[in-house]
Design a protein around this ligand. Structure first.
Ligand code: AMP
Length: 252
């Protein structure tokens, strides 16, 4: 992580202050062309809720690599076929597959403001991203392994619609069934506890050089904690200094 893994919220605040002078260019270079004020953010994904809050509060498109991959599964395309076996086993999809998917999605959104969630997770992916965008800010959320495992294992989905429930934070009205259709919910292979634990270990190893890279560029901001509500005010304060929010902090 950009800072010590044991760091608590208080020291996260200090880090935030220490790194408050990170330069945010008024114009970013994307795809070799000078573009109008793109705010480009990236998060080391482990916490969907924080990404959703950021996207809502700062009016950014929330681009989730996991979501793009899941959508590609149904299409019968090459990326989907290649990705399926990795997704089912909770493994990182090979760089060339995910990079192709993400580059295509980012190309479509050159003029937009977005938040990247879950990409890049390896140094190879970070280098590919470097080729098309200059990032302003990287946020890394340091959440204890056990907390993440429990949280991610609590995820159940309604396969037909893709609606996601969390048995702890956002349970369905009736246990085990979708609120709108009454159809059964399933736990995806990738959300089972064993798959989650294996994936978190691999992710951590793969992400280390990515974190180091952004740290060396001075654009990494790390926050630690187990509860989204406690981390959130610090993330919000940091981002508010860069982009005018459209929602006040209290909205959450
Ligand atoms: P997520 O929804 O971000 O947890 O991603 C779900 C699954 O998609 C992961 O378990 C990986 O198998 C795959 N995936 C998502 N993003 C990436 C990435 N950047 N690199 C490799 N695999 C990824």
């Amino acid at each position: 992580m950009g800072v010590k893994p044991t760091e608590n919220i208080q020291t996260a605040r200090q880090n935030q202050l220490e790194t408050a002078d990170v330069t945010i260019p008024a114009h970013k270079t994307c795809g070799g062309e000078e573009q109008e004020s793109h705010e480009v953010f990236i998060l080391k994904k482990q916490e969907g809720t924080v990404c959703e809050r950021i996207a809502r509060s700062f009016e950014l498109q929330h681009l989730s690599s996991g979501q793009f991959l899941r959508e590609s599964l149904g299409g019968g395309g090459e990326a989907g076929v290649l990705a399926q076996q990795y997704l089912e086993r909770g493994l990182l999809v090979p760089d060339h597959v995910i990079t192709r998917v993400m580059m295509a999605e980012l190309e479509k959104r050159r003029e937009q403001h977005w938040l990247l969630d879950g990409f890049p997770r390896t140094l190879g992916q970070a280098k590919a991203l470097d080729g098309i965008c200059e990032l302003d800010l990287v946020i890394s959320l340091n959440i204890p392994f056990e907390t993440l495992k429990d949280r991610l294992s609590a995820r159940w989905v309604h396969p037909a619609s893709g609606r996601v429930y969390n048995m702890d934070f956002n349970p369905p009205h009736t246990q085990g069934v979708d609120d709108l259709t009454g159809e059964p919910l399933v736990q995806r292979e990738e959300d089972r506890p064993e798959a989650v634990a294996a994936r978190l270990r691999k992710y951590k190893d793969a992400a280390k050089p990515v974190i180091e890279l952004y740290k060396s560029r001075g654009i990494l901001h790390s926050f630690s904690g187990t509860e989204t509500n406690k981390i959130w005010p610090y993330v919000y304060t940091l981002l508010s200094s860069r982009i005018p929010p459209i929602l006040p902090d209290e909205e959450h």
